[in-house]
Design a protein around this ligand. Structure first.
Ligand code: CUA
Length: 346
């Protein structure tokens, strides 16, 4: 018995020390990170000893108390041990209660509404994130730009299915749920470049559903915002004035096409869907076969992608609701844009 206790205690000390010495997490870049990392250490201190103790007692018993070969006698008849049972119920109960309480305190602290917070809308769709800043002239962006030390409330939506919004350096994570807006509060406190990662298996492009996060100073953030606002106004003016090419390119890059299709003109290189650099040739050839003009073919392929599958690509990957998501005018400009930048000599 003494031998087993000594071996177990040594294993507990070693196991706990190892678990605490491992650098589990990336850089801390939000005010919540400290608390969450501390909570993790508490969890390690509470759970590693239990695991190591149980395992070392079990292994010790298997090795030391093994029955001799040929020994077929029964073990001693034991009918419970009240003292032992009270101990092994009470200790875990206390441990779990302490963990629950500390988790609750940290969560409450993190989710507290901040006085000067700003709202950023996050929209997920297979397989891209979009961000807009409703309090700042409705600026839209494919990159998440945040000001250091400025609390943000993310309102997270999805266009199609479950995704999960996660910036590992901020530590906090929330699922996107169809038909719901989930909220999460973060105060970034370190200038730097990070990544939004989708952590819910959402289809073929799940692993590529990553986008840049940039935390900058308040001045840089303001400068970025006004630059984006100017661009946004430029976009609207050009849409009204008929600059089809830049409007079509905007739809392509901002409404999700670029996250799956490669197209040299839009500098996208994703390989989830077919590349579109020779689209106008394909559209001419396939359209002729189906009695459609190239534009009709491309429009039909956007509206019902599974009807126009090309070799090496499977049905059910491209969302089938782009006709609802985009306005008819947007689809028109997109089709014209795609046909104008693809094909021979491009
Ligand atoms: Cu979106 Cu995984």
């Amino acid at each position: 018995m003494l031998g087993m206790v000594v071996v177990s205690l040594l294993a507990v000390v070693a196991g706990t020390a190892i678990s605490l010495s491992i650098d589990w997490f990336p850089t801390q870049a939000s005010t919540a990170a400290d608390d969450i990392d501390l909570l993790w250490d508490v969890l390690m201190i509470a759970s590693v000893p239990v695991f190591v103790l149980v395992m070392s007692v079990a292994i010790y018993s298997v090795v030391v108390f093994r029955a001799e070969p040929g020994d077929l006698s029964d073990g001693a008849p034991i009918h419970g041990n009240t003292k032992l049972e009270i101990v092994w119920v009470t200790i875990p109960f206390i441990m779990v209660s302490v963990l629950a309480a500390s988790g609750w305190i940290v969560l409450d602290d993190i989710e507290k509404k901040q006085a000067n917070d700003t709202v950023v809308n996050v929209t997920a769709q297979q397989f891209a994130w979009r961000f807009d800043y409703p309090e700042n002239g409705k600026v839209k962006s494919n990159e998440l730009v945040l000001a250091k030390d400025r609390p943000v409330e993310f309102r997270v939506r999805t266009e199609d299915m479950l995704h999960s919004f996660w910036v590992p350096e901020f530590r906090l994570k929330t699922d996107t749920v169809p038909g719901q807006v989930t909220k999460i509060r973060v105060t970034p406190n370190r200038v730097g470049e990070f990544e939004v990662v989708c952590t819910e298996l959402c289809g073929l492009g799940h692993a590529t559903m990553r986008q840049d996060v940039r935390v900058v100073s308040q001045e840089e953030f303001d400068a970025w915002l006004s630059e984006e606002q100017k661009e946004e106004q430029g976009d609207q003016a050009s849409a009204a004035g008929g600059d089809q090419a830049s409007e079509g390119k905007r739809v392509f890059t901002e409404d999700g096409c670029a996250s799956c299709h490669s197209l040299a003109d839009a500098k996208s290189a994703s390989g989830i869907g077919p590349g579109l650099d020779d689209l106008s040739d394909t559209a001419r050839r396939m359209g002729r076969r189906r009695g459609q003009s190239p534009a009709q073919y491309v429009r039909a392929a956007i509206a019902d992608p599974d009807e126009s599958l090309t070799r090496d690509f499977n049905a059910g990957v491209m969302p089938t609701d782009f006709e609802k998501r985009l306005s008819p005018a947007e689809i028109d400009t997109l089709v014209k844009y795609l046909l104008s930048v693809s094909g021979e000599g491009k």
